[in-house]
Design a protein around this ligand. Structure first.
Ligand code: UTP
Ligand code: MN
Length: 526
């Protein structure tokens, strides 16, 4: 056995009684030569020049530190007695990254150095396990994640001390995201999961994307997201890959995959859901053209979807939404003076484009909204403004117990899925100017429009429920159920403990019932 191995068995200071206690020797400046360590160069040849190690005495103890230092040097490692700018690896035992970093800061000051501590990646903070494994191998082993302590932050001001409430309805998420590249990538994975009918996975990626969109600044490292709600390992991995390589292989290959592309194309047809699209996909139908050639039977809605495919897949602008709002208001005033029209959905949240336009209709006199949808649709049809319409009755059974509702009136809830024929003349100035010079464009375009009718007593619930976003709505209901023992729908709020419905005339009142701070529509873009 070589002598150094004997050392492991002994208390090092007994073998070297002249050793100065480390506390007194801790000098951080490398230009101070009074305590310069000579043993490294004198007794052992340095084999590994690139790694300049410093063993932190804190928690390790002076004797163990001395022992480990000698052991390392005997194996050709370069180990500094004092911390200096040349140190590349700080090795510590039973310390967190923060503790080591705090020590390095204080050591700097003790040494009369008031400048910044070395900036990462100049120095790696490593756990003792890296050192002992390197001793075992007789060479510096590759640094694994498990060896690494949390990297020090360059600047305390830049520390992303994000505080993110778990429920989207507890946060104000505006349209201005600082992390759109990352959230868009996660949205691709969410959509892919949804198209594969994996709802749980879809929601998980949607939640992760929503947290990224909420953060007050662009993130530069996936580690900054650790501990935040809804960011699971998978999402973190995708984020890390994009931050490091510019893109995620999984996201890129998803976007290129036959199934994703085909399912997107087929569900992009109005009236085609995931199940139908999947059935067609399995029959080898991947595109609209293949569907048209296939002779598959299409229902009335799908026929309209195929006919207006290109228009309906072109985003609706705010100007077009306003023009349609004008048409709907004209129709409503004509058939039921006093009835009200409110823009809902994404446009109410401030979006500048949408896949459709959503409106909520009501009448200040409870009951007068009854049958309104039929009259409005008939009026619009008479004007030649509808390319397609389908009225459905809302099956809201709970309304039996609802505020001022009786079983006999519950089917007053009405909804119309429609496709408007929007003439060029009906567009606002803004919309028209976009088309300047496009002589060949047809004089109208098809636009998907949803009309929903609500009695006045449920108007606030309908307004809240139809403004979205979908994730915001989902979390409102989850919050109500899990945190408040209440059941929220677009019709009512039921307090399960009290066994009664809670009335509300405004969205603010509903938030208050739920014990939530009010979030305006512009903050519901989760
Ligand atoms: P949309 O699907 O129209 O979404 O539903 P959006 O937010 O307006 O976005 P784009 O721009 O059109 O794509 C609007 C809201 O209506 C609710 C949803 O929860 C969503 O928040 N909604 C929609 C329902 O409650 N039931 C439905 O059947 C459809
Ligand atoms: Mn919409």
């Amino acid at each position: 056995m070589r002598p150094i191995l004997d050392d492991r068995l002994r208390a090092p200071e007994k073998r070297n009684p002249t050793m100065v206690p480390l506390k007194r020797r801790r000098v951080v400046s490398s230009c101070d030569s009074s305590t310069s360590d000579v043993s490294n160069t004198n007794n052992n040849r340095i084999k590994f020049q690139q790694q300049v190690l410093f063993l932190l005495e804190r928690k390790m103890g002076s004797s163990r530190r001395a022992f480990l230092t000698r052991l390392g040097r005997s194996k050709g490692f370069r180990i500094e007695e004092r911390f200096s700018e040349s140190v590349t690896h700080v090795i510590s035992e039973n310390n967190s990254g923060d503790e080591v970093w705090a020590w390095l800061n204080s050591a700097q000051e003790e040494g009369g150095h008031h400048g910044q501590p070395p900036a990462p990646p100049a120095v790696r903070l490593l756990d003792i396990s890296w050192y002992t494994e390197s001793m075992h191998e007789g060479r510096p082993v590759e640094i694994q994640d498990r060896h690494t302590l949390q990297e020090p932050q360059q600047n305390a001001e830049e520390l992303p001390l994000f505080s993110v409430p778990s429920y989207a309805c507890q946060r104000s998420t505006t349209l201005h995201s600082h992390n759109l590249l990352l959230s868009d990538a996660l949205s691709v994975l969410a959509q892919s999961a949804e198209l594969a009918e994996d709802e749980g996975r879809g929601v998980a990626f949607r939640r992760a994307a929503a947290v990224l969109n909420f953060l007050p600044k662009a993130i530069s490292a996936a580690e900054h997201l650790r501990g935040l709600p809804s960011l699971g390992e998978h999402s973190l991995r995708v984020v890390q890959e994009i931050l490091e390589d510019g893109s995620s292989r999984e996201v890129e290959s998803t976007k290129q995959s036959d199934q994703y592309r085909a399912m997107k194309a087929l569900t992009g047809i109005f009236g085609v859901g995931v199940k139908t699209a999947h059935r067609w996909f399995k029959l080898g139908i991947h595109t609209l053209a293949q569907l048209e050639d296939s002779g598959q039977a299409l229902n009335h809605t799908q026929q309209a979807g195929v006919q207006h495919y290109s228009d309906l897949n072109q985003p609706v602008t705010k100007a077009e939404a306003d023009a349609i709002g004008h048409l709907v208001e004209t129709a409503v005033v004509a058939v039921s003076p006093g009835a009200q029209v409110t823009l809902i959905g994404g446009f109410r949240r401030g979006k500048v484009t949408g896949h459709d336009v959503d409106f909520l209709l009501t009448h200040p006199e409870e009951g007068k909204e009854d049958g309104l949808i039929f009259k409005v649709v008939a009026w619009l049809e008479a004007q030649g403004l509808l390319l397609y319409q389908k009225i459905t009755k809302n099956s809201y059974l709970e309304s039996k117990e609802g505020p001022s509702r009786s079983a006999s009136t519950m089917d007053r809830f009405e909804r119309c899925f429609s496709i408007f024929r929007l003439d060029q003349e009906e567009r606002s100035e803004e919309g028209r100017s976009l088309d300047d010079g496009k002589e060949t464009q047809k004089a109208w375009r098809a636009v998907r429009v949803d009309l929903v009718v609500s009695p006045k007593s449920q108007y606030a619930f309908a307004l809240l429920g139809w403004t979205g976003s979908k994730l915001f709505e989902r979390d409102l209901r989850r919050w109500a159920g899990h945190e408040r023992s209440m059941s929220l729908s677009s019709h009512a709020l039921f307090d399960i403990k009290q066994g009664k419905h809670l009335r509300a005339d405004s969205e603010e009142e509903i938030f208050a019932h739920l014990g939530l701070d009010y979030i305006p529509p512009s903050g519901r873009n989760a």
